[in-house]
Every structure is written in C-alpha cells, then in structure tokens.
Design a binder for this molecule. Structure first.
Ligand SMILES: Nc1nc2c(ncn2[C@@H]2O[C@H](COP(=O)(O)OP(=O)(O)O)[C@@H](O)[C@H]2O)c(=O)[nH]1
Ligand SMILES: [Mg+2]
Ligand SMILES: [Zn+2]
Length: 275
C-alpha cells in the first residue's frame, strides 16, 4: 500500500495512507543503503507486518528539519514589531528558490501601520506580485487555502513575525502557543528525532525550527543571480554579466529607471559580495 511518512519518532515511522495511519518500522535494508526515510517521503508499506518496503524517489530534501518533497514555503514577514527586513525577505526568497521550493509571501501586522505606511507596503507587495510571486497578508487565509491545496508546506520567518498566529488561524484545533521562543510544534518528550507533518484540510504543514537560520553557504553566485527572477529578462551585452562591476549592464540601468526595486538590487549585491 502507498502512503506518505507524516511523523518520525526515533525509528518509528507513521505513514498516512488512504485507509488511515500505520506505525511502521523501516526494513534493515534501508540502513545498509544509508538511506534514511524522511518525513514527506512517499513509500510502499507492508500493512500486515508494519514495514516500510520501498521509498519513492525524492523531489527535494531539506535539512534542519529533515523533510522531503516540500512544495511550498510560506515566508512570514512582519511589517512592524519586528520591523520589516527586506534583506531577510529577499534572502529567504533566494534560498528557497535555489532549493527548488516555491516561496509564498505572507505579510503580517499591517494593522500596526498608519495610512501612509500601509500604502507603501501595498506598493511593495505589488512589486513582488509583478515579478511573479504569490503575495498575501495574514488576513487572507481563505485565499491561502486555495494555494496550499494538496501541497507539503513549510513555514519560515523571523521569531515574532506571526507564524504560530497564522497557523492557528488556519486550524483552530492546533492551538499553538504564540509569543513563544521555541518554534517547535511537536516539541516535548521526544527530543531524539521527531519531525512531524500536520494535516490541515487537504495540505500538510511542517513546523520548521532552524529553517530561518538558513544561509547561502551551499549556494553559488550564479544560483543567487538566477534566483532574482526579475533580472532574467535583461540581456546584458556581456554574456555572463553578474550585474555588478560590468559596464553597460542593463540590470543596473533598470534599477536607475526604477523598473527594478532598489532594495532588491542592493540585497543581491550584498549576497554575492559575501560569496
Ligand atoms: N498586531 C498584530 N499582532 C500580531 C499579528 N500576528 C501576530 N501578532 C502578534 O505577534 C506576536 C508574535 O506572534 P507569533 O505567532 O508567536 O510569532 P512567531 O514567533 O512567528 O510564531 C504575538 O503576540 C501575536 O499575537 C498581526 O497580524 N497583527
Ligand atoms: Mg511561533
Ligand atoms: Zn548585467
């Protein structure tokens, strides 16, 4: 029978199938192959003996937390308390894109802004929409549900950004503590190896402690450049233009003409400079 691993505690794997949940062990073979089943893995199980027989190939794999086949990442960004950090936002967009996961932007705490500030945030949100991202506020849970349908989703963002509040809004039964330093939904007794996907309606959501501490360590300058999607339409005269010190760079011209958001370009330079 086919299923998805939704929870791992030590070496016990909970597999969700069309006929319910099964607590399974992995066959010894996996350990010999140095292939460790991850939350998110699609697998074939032996229902009678409660064994995972086979793992399906993975689409992608995250570490810290270990989870596979992630489709979407919700980047939760507060516009105040903590203050908006476009550097952090662009960094998360880039890293998530490089990992071949689709970023979804969710802005929070717009209620703390005055009229003028709100207008500016709307302009900013429109820029990110224009370059191709799906952008929401945390008031738009119904719209988010449509995007999340049938996906495996991780949630990331600064402490205090409103991640737990948003997840609670999606599923009142979860009742996560807000204002908590600890980010773990499933924390508690099982400190060994405990990763869990929570089913909300028709999608799976993973709590992701540590995910926000990702950096560009494993990414090349090229990958960072390609993750700035709005640069792609500019064919600079120099074929491998990094849009940095090159002359006649069309991306730099587009920044001057305000076609490209200045903060996006500055953050890009910041990221590649440190490589
Ligand atoms: N004013 C306002 N406060 C919010 C909003 N979203 C979350 N908060 C508050 O911000 C604080 C941190 O939220 P929390 O969900 O714990 O953030 P997390 O650390 O990202 O999980 C809590 O006191 C929430 O009540 C919002 O949209 N507006
Ligand atoms: Mg939280
Ligand atoms: Zn260029």
């Amino acid at each position: 029978m086919e299923g998805t691993i939704v929870k791992i505690i030590s070496n016990l794997y909970t597999v969700k199938t069309s006929s319910g949940l099964y607590d399974c062990h992995a066959r010894g073979k996996f350990r010999n192959d140095a292939l460790t089943p991850l939350v998110g893995d699609k697998c074939i199980i032996d229902v009678e003996n409660k064994y995972i027989l086979e793992l399906k190939p993975r689409e992608n794999e995250l570490t810290r937390p270990s989870i596979s086949n992630v489709n979407l990442a919700l980047i939760v960004t507060s516009v105040k308390k903590p203050n908006l950090s476009l550097n952090l936002l662009d960094k998360m967009i880039s890293i998530i894109t490089i990992k071949q996961i689709t970023p979804i932007l969710v802005f929070t705490k717009l209620d703390l802004l005055d009229k003028e500030e709100k207008k500016n945030i709307r302009l900013l949100m429109n820029y990110y929409k224009k370059i191709g991202y799906q952008v929401f506020t945390n008031q738009e849970v119904k719209k988010l549900f449509k995007v999340l349908k049938n996906k495996i989703v991780v949630v990331t963002g600064q402490t205090g950004a409103g991640k737990s509040t948003l997840i609670n809004k999606m599923d009142k039964n979860l009742n996560l503590k807000t204002d908590e330093i600890s980010e773990s939904l499933g924390r508690g007794k099982h400190t060994t190896r405990h990763v869990e996907l929570f089913q909300i309606k028709n999608f799976y959501l993973a709590d992701t402690p540590g995910f926000s501490s990702l950096d560009f360590q494993d990414c090349s300058k090229e990958e960072i450049k390609n993750s700035f999607v709005e640069f792609k339409k500019y064919a600079c005269p120099f074929k491998d233009c990094m849009h940095f010190k090159e002359q006649e760079c069309l991306v730099k011209k587009a920044v001057e003409k305000e076609e490209i958001l200045a903060s996006r370009y500055q953050n890009y330079i910041d990221f590649i400079k440190n490589k």
